[in-house]
Ligand binder design. Structure first.
Ligand code: ZN
Length: 369
């Protein structure tokens, strides 16, 4: 083990583009093309995260590297051949959109394969002991993608592809995936819903996206009964609610499952400035949640922790959240002070609302015992 934190990224991932949108609406009719461009899922949140860790010096403390794209064999363990053919053919024809809010350009297939490859690389590095833990700055994201349907900016199921690749190599048997992106990890959930060896946990704003998945009652099926846990939280949940949901629900489920490795679907869109959610997490929330999962990983599976970047659409705020996560993972003293800390400290939920969230968490914890 090098003791270093792996940081897997590739400039090409920032070149993924496609779709003529003004925010979430297709341009046309009364929707004027947007001057600053397109869907909320744009390269800047991710590129600025990489830039910030470079400027502070944190990048130099990491094992920064790229990875090979996912191979056809890797992709076919999760996605049907027909789906992959349509995706490839549409790219060859110049790009397009074959799902919902998941457009791509002519290089979409190639860049999505690279994005999945970064997660494969990060997971490999951790399972082989090359890195103490690892972060994949994947783009496009993956957690909404179903085996045969792209949606929510997600073109390939990055984490599922990496899990299946590791399983095929025999480098791990039991996997836990904790999704703290503010949206429900519906793709990862669906892929492993009946799988007894993959625990999927998702903490999300209830009924945000997708509207019809993510309920607490969905606990897995067949041999996978009990290996899915949804923790839907109401709009307005802040720092305290998130840490409590982790402490009382997510972490005990992972601990009881005894995985070989923990993979975080790391979205930063639960942050207060995000345009696609109504939550009040901040830099300190992400730092603290990282500390929580590291303590858990160090305690029961030798620190094996991988983060795969998902959503997060405030281009100014995401970099500071990501810096805190990476500094914590690396045990670095380098800090990038949150320039919005004072603003956000004054905008946490009231004690009354925190108590309401706590009561919902308590009900869920009760139902699990
Ligand atoms: Zn999201």
């Amino acid at each position: 083990m090098t003791g270093k934190t792996g940081f897997f990224y590739d400039e090409r991932c920032f070149w993924h583009s496609g779709g003529n949108y003004a925010f979430m609406a297709p341009v046309g009719g009364l929707v004027q093309p947007a001057a600053t461009g397109g869907l909320p899922e744009n390269p800047e949140t991710k590129r600025r995260l990489k830039n910030l860790i470079e400027v502070t010096g944190l990048l130099a403390e990491l094992h920064a590297t790229g990875a090979a794209p996912a191979t056809d064999e890797d992709l076919r363990r999760v996605h049907p051949a027909e789906f992959l053919d349509v995706f490839r053919d549409t790219c060859r024809a110049g790009g397009g959109e074959t799902g919902l809010r998941a457009p791509y350009g002519p290089d979409g297939f190639e860049i999505a394969s690279l994005s999945a490859g970064l997660v494969i690389g990060a997971l490999d590095a951790v399972l082989s002991g090359t890195c103490r833990n690892a972060y994949a700055l994947s783009r496009p994201p993956g957690h909404h993608c179903l085996p045969d349907w792209q949606n929510g900016f997600c073109l390939l199921a990055n984490i599922a592809i990496a899990v299946e690749a590791a399983r095929a190599k025999g480098t791990a048997k039991r996997f836990a995936v904790l999704d703290w992106d503010v949206h429900h990890g519906n793709g990862t959930e669906a892929i492993f819903y009946e799988d007894p060896d993959v625990l999927t946990v998702s903490i999300h704003q209830e009924r945000n996206y997708p509207l019809d998945t993510g309920d607490f009652a969905a606990r897995g099926a067949g041999k996978g009964e009990g290996t899915n846990l949804n923790i839907p939280l109401p709009p307005g949940t802040g720092h305290n609610g998130y840490l409590s949901a982790m402490e009382r629900l997510a972490l005990p489920a992972i601990r009881a499952f005894e995985p070989d490795v923990l993979i975080i679907a790391c979205g930063f869109d639960a942050a207060a400035f995000d345009p696609l959610s109504r939550m009040l997490a901040n830099v300190e929330t992400f730092r603290a949640m990282t500390r929580q999962v590291m303590d858990l990983a160090n305690g029961i599976f030798e620190g094996r922790l991988v983060m795969a970047h998902e959503g997060g659409y405030s281009e100014t705020y995401v970099p500071f959240c990501g810096h805190a996560v990476l500094a914590e993972m690396a045990g670095s003293a380098i800090d990038a002070p949150d320039p919005f800390a004072a603003t956000l400290a004054a905008r946490q939920p009231s004690k009354r609302f925190d108590a309401f969230v706590e009561s919902l968490i308590g009900e869920m914890a009760e139902a699990l015992t």
